[in-house]
Design a protein around this ligand. Structure first.
Ligand code: ADP
Length: 643
């Protein structure tokens, strides 16, 4: 900032000027007297005194008329500079100085008025901005909620559409199993393929809308990423070798043997990328590589799991790379004619990656190929010796062929598959009867473990359909049922099942039954129907705890993860007064709680079931409250044992 120039006061200047004037007048008068030779010291002194008095009067007058008003003005200007709009004192001199002061005050007054006006405008503007922001916020909220409603509608619709689709496919399968003329068989096969692609599309839409409606919940369960990649790649091997391209997969040495996360969703991500790579590549190779990177700065999920799928396909042009992750987008119009597809695969893949808070990137060069890389934050279990490896005394059994577990409840799925895998069995899982029929069409199984109550196609009907095919007349089917008391056992046997197991499944009994029935089927043991002894569920659960504490820990986690959604469903059923739904959900909850020996939750769910039967909604709400608080207590207990 420039330095202010220094001013000497007007008063000082006047005083100096007057003093010089006085001396000059005295000197002139004295010099005149001296030349006339009548110089008198007395006269000189008198003259001096008079002149001094006159000078003092002039000086005082000047200060009052000029200096003081100017000082006021200066103060006013300084205030103005500092942003203070203050009126100054105006000296009544009735001249230009007074006019100057009044003008200054008038200017300050008009400045103050315009400042107030600006302030008012600013406040108005701020209020407008605030109102606009609120309106925009509301618009955004309603857009979001309508998008949520749309996604939920889509999710429900595609779910509903899947049921008749499964019926169509099932019926076509049935007709295809009967004697047919060649062209009839061809037509039906075409119809079946169309129905399957429609079902795949419905599944895609269901997935996408589930994610968009925020209804996709990720699991936290251990899995072997090498196994997962190899499983996925194997499903594409036949197609790849038919096209004459090589398909390879590898994992870096430092990739932990056990990662923790949602293997199902990861499988979906990889399957989408792999099927695209194989679909679009005409020659050369497709390679999947897995690597990890430590991210110690992250307390949760301190690994980056990096999966890259590289192909030597046609590549994607830079301008298309931007859009291929959007819904229903294909790189060019001829794609769907040449390769089929809907343009949903990569949209789902990206959403799934986003749900994981991960990242997906693609590097591609036209004519050279593309590499899709997925980076997903993950957890890993300490590289302890694989418990399975130690507990595999019956490895030899693995050679006898895989077991198909048909079960929609993830906890039961986990228990049964874990127990079987531990014994060295290869296990496939189908989540409903229709999937089981599809799996049977693809692969031969040594035995099926079949849940009874399932969506889409229940265990009884599935078994009847399987038995209609003479090829599966001797295939052992063991029911897993939660209600051994109410005639389910008879219904299972009538439908054509060989045996039944009560839930929660006792692992020793399960293994005994599976081994026995596989032996029966292979002709090494006498055929006989075996039923589970009526056993106390709590005892079975605690035996399971003894057998594998880590498994129970995982089940507990899974139970706690699923609990809020289940409680929500129960609450909706209770609020809607839907007794049937309430009872069936309450029983599911009861079964799940039994498998982790959570007695209080079992009891509360049982009371809820009874309340549903009596249509006693007050009791239902009460039991629901107890159930909720028991779940919270269980969560607290689990957390306090973990930390
Ligand atoms: P779909 O495969 O059903 O057409 P996607 O969403 O999986 O839908 O893929 C969108 C588009 O991205 C594809 O139509 C294709 O044009 C392009 N694309 C995806 N993967 C590849 C790949 N590996 N090589 C070349 N183009 C690809």
């Amino acid at each position: 900032m420039a330095e202010k120039p220094r001013f000497t006061s007007i008063a000082t200047k006047f005083s100096v000027f007057t003093a010089v004037l006085v001396f000059w007048v005295v000197a002139v008068v004295l010099a005149y007297d001296y030349s006339r030779e009548n110089f008198s010291a007395g006269k000189a002194v008198l003259l001096m005194v008079v002149l001094f008095m006159v000078a003092a009067a002039i000086s005082r007058f000047t200060i009052r008329l000029l200096v003081r008003p100017l000082a006021y003005l200066q103060e006013g200007i300084q205030d103005l500079e500092a942003g203070r709009l203050r009126q100054i004192r105006v000296s009544r001199t009735h001249d230009e100085i007074e006019y100057l002061g009044q003008s200054f005050n008038a200017m300050v007054a008009s400045l103050a008025a315009s400042r107030a006006e600006v302030q008012e405008h600013r406040e108005l503007l701020e209020q407008r901005i605030h109102e606009r922001t609120e309106a925009l916020d509301q618009a955004l909220q309603s857009a979001l909620s309508s998008s949520q409603v749309k996604s939920e509608f889509l999710a429900n619709m595609s779910h509903e559409l899947r049921t008749p689709m499964s019926g169509v496919i099932g019926m076509l399968d049935l007709v295809l199993d009967t004697p047919l003329q060649l062209d009839q068989r061809e037509h039906l096969r075409t119809a079946r393929n169309c129905a399957l692609s429609l079902l795949a599309l419905l599944n895609d839409i269901l997935d996408l809308s589930k994610i968009e409606a925020g209804r996709m919940i990720l699991e936290e369960i251990p899995y072997d990423i090498r196994e997962l990649v190899s499983d996925c790649a194997r499903t594409q091997l036949a197609l790849a070798s038919n096209k004459g391209i090589s398909l390879r997969w590898n994992a870096a040495e430092d990739v932990p043997g056990r990662m923790v996360g949602d293997p199902l969703r990861l499988r979906q991500i990889l399957a989408n990328l792999l099927s695209n790579a194989v679909k679009f590549t005409a020659s050369g190779e497709v390679v999947v590589s897995v690597a990890v990177r430590r991210r110690p700065e992250r307390a949760a999920r301190p690994w980056d799991l990096i999966i890259a799928v590289r192909d030597t396909g046609p590549g994607i042009s830079p301008e298309k790379v931007e859009t291929i992750f959007e819904k229903f987008t294909q790189a060019d119009g001829s794609i769907s004619r040449r390769y089929g597809g809907t343009g949903l695969g990569l949209a789902i893949t990206r959403k799934l990656v986003e749900v994981h808070e991960g990242d997906i990137q693609v590097v591609s060069e036209m004519g050279q190929g593309s590499t899709f890389t997925v980076i997903i934050p993950a957890d890993a279990r300490a590289a302890a010796p694989e418990p399975e490896a130690a507990a595999r005394p019956a490895r030899g059994i693995a050679g006898r062929g895989p077991v198909l577990v048909v079960e929609d409840n993830p906890i039961n799925q986990k228990v049964v598959t874990a127990v079987l895998r531990k014994r060295g069995y290869a296990v496939d899982v189908a989540v409903n009867g229709q999937e089981a029929l599809d799996a049977l069409a693809r692969q031969t199984y040594a035995l099926i473990l079949m849940d009874v109550q399932m969506p889409v196609l229940d265990g009884l009907e599935t078994t009847r359909r399987i038995r209609r095919n003479p090829q599966f007349r001797d295939l052992p089917i063991v029911a897993m049922t939660a209600h051994a008391m109410n005639g389910d056992r008879e219904r299972c046997l009538e439908a054509g099942m060989n045996a039944y197991l009560a839930k929660p499944v006792d692992h020793t009994h399960l293994l005994a039954l599976v081994e026995r029935y596989i032996a029966v089927a292979s002709g090494t043991a006498p055929p006989e129907r075996i039923a589970a002894p009526a056993d106390d569920p709590a005892r079975r659960a605690s035996r399971l705890v003894d057998a594998d504490p880590s498994l129970v820990g995982q089940m507990m986690q899974l139970f706690l993860q699923l609990a809020p959604e289940r409680i929500d469903r129960l609450r909706h059923a209770a609020e809607a007064g839907d007794g049937e739904l309430l009872r069936s959900d309450a029983r599911k909850m009861q079964g799940a709680a039994q498998s982790i020996a959570a007695h209080e939750i079992v009891a509360a769910a049982a009371r809820l079931d009874e309340a549903g039967a009596r249509a006693d909604w007050e009791a239902a709400h009460e039991s629901l409250k107890q159930l909720e608080s028991s779940v919270l207590q269980l969560r607290d207990r689990t957390q306090s044992t973990v930390t």
